[in-house]
Design a protein around this ligand. Sequence first.
Ligand code: XMP
Length: 622
Amino acid sequence: MSSKKQTIAILDAGAQYGKVIDRRIRELSVRSELLPFNTSAKKLAQYGAVIISGGPESVYNKTAPEYDAALFSTKVPILGICYGMQVMNYQANGVIERKSTREDGQHEVELKNDCALFKGLSDREVVLMSHGDTVDQVGEGFSVTAKSGDLIAGIANEAKKQYGVQFHPEVDLTEHGRHILENFVFAVAALEPTFTIENREEQAIKHIKKTVGDRHVLLLVSGGIDSTVAAVLLGKAIEPEKLHLLHVDSGLMRKEESAQVAKALAAVGLKLHVVDATQEFLEATTEIDGKQTVTLTEALNPEVKRKIIGDTFIAVADREVARLQLPENEVVLGQGTLRPDLIESASETVSATAQTIKTHHNDTALVRRLRAANRVVEPLSEYHKDEVRQLAEELGLPAELVWRQPFPGPGLGIRILCANKPYKTKDFKQVAKQAAGFSTGSHQVALLPVRTVGVQGDGRTYSYLVGVFGSADWQTLFQLARDIPKTIHAVNRVAYFWGDAPTTADSQQITSTTVTKKTLTQLRAADAIVMEELLRYDLVRGISQVPVVLVPLSFGKTGARSIALRTIMTNDFMTGKPALPGEDIPIAVLTTMVERILSEVQGVERVCYDVTSKPPATTEWE
Ligand code: XMP
């Protein structure tokens, strides 16, 4: 059978979910390709199946993206998601209606589970909806397979193997989305899971050899899994003396992180050149809009910290690269870029912002010249994150490294919430009163004088944190985290604090905090405790990321600070939920973390657990 017949074509109508679909399909060991929406039906008919992803347009708009309607007359199985379902229905002479209200967020839908797409599911499932238009009347040959209240949430023409869903099976917030995709790929389209990791490793090595020839390769190794795996693959493909691996230790790394990476690479015969620049980073400043900033140690604003750290990274790396005295015309730049980074998304996502920042970290003068000259090799460009991990395991990298959770470029620098006074806007009292209104007999709710980053509506916010004290009844706490930011827009994050409820006056105290050796030591110690416990209980894989944050809240104790435990469960890194204690993370593990932090980390008097989803909060606090 031709390889196209074993490949799924994903048509991206400009949705933010296209690359997530791609990833999901590859997780099923099936090859997928993202193609323009207007790809010809003739070409698409050669594929094993087609998935049309959502987009911001309405099918009736003149600006709606063009496509080849003949696709719907071919025999190729089609899954239309969101906008894709509307196009499918429209082409079958169905009616789409613009509703005055949008349906966004998690909803329960009723499913007909005798439909091939929904086999094995319950008749009610929780899914993520995000749309304005809806199908009002189904097209010829189609029937309704799912409903969200009165709205049509799924349609099918089983004879033609055409299926549409108004929700997003590809994201985490659709609880059994993977099952739906499996049904489509294996039961409906009858593809086989033959696109394996070994297959991909071989291709990566071949690709490196072809791109690099006998030139040198320079790779900046961050400490994360991507660049480490890129280093190992490069090591397999080219001669050791032509591979130059550089790691800048900014002092903002986790405990023993730099040493671990060097050790893991040494174990596979690769030498990592490590530069210790801790002091240099703390004292660093940079220019923003022509003005010199304060030093990192004095900075309060997270974006200023990011810029200082990013620019210092470049300066240090530049200097070290110069020291290597590489023959410039003979050098290729290695990059740990993953497949999703390369898939262009029309939408402004939060991860896109993070990506810009990451790129910034690799932006040294030589790197820029090499990139401009197209002298770049990206051995992981065919992989998604989970595949990189799978590969890392097969390459024999140690578990702590393989399962190391994504860590932001600026490292612990943006996990220390900096402030020199309580954050109180003019309406603090009024907002505090509203927040206190959520208190119950078993919970005290208090507005806290710090702010963190969130995503609300279409943009990023920088708003208040609310603390909940009292009984650790997690279902109620999670509900409060949904309700409070919905009602009080000045709040984007809610955290549960262990310990007694503070007095109002105490809850408004902070300890002046910036990035210093001392605060870094506090945070690194707390972070290491959390990591140790997660590893001990084998929880690192199940929970995507666990940022540990040092927060200036002192609750009236002079010089004291707090630690926030932020867990996020996500596969798409665009939306996510905190791990539910008692279900996703044993309560005993949390208790151990809290007790150990309070007894082992000097100056930390309180620990809290972030109970907010993303949105309205983000993964990181800054
Ligand atoms: P948020 O906090 O926006 O984070 O939900 C999404 C993902 O991006 C990571 N992140 C960063 N990565 N530099 C990075 O390299 C940064 O400045 C940065 N800020 C956030 C975050 O850890 C999460 O994985």
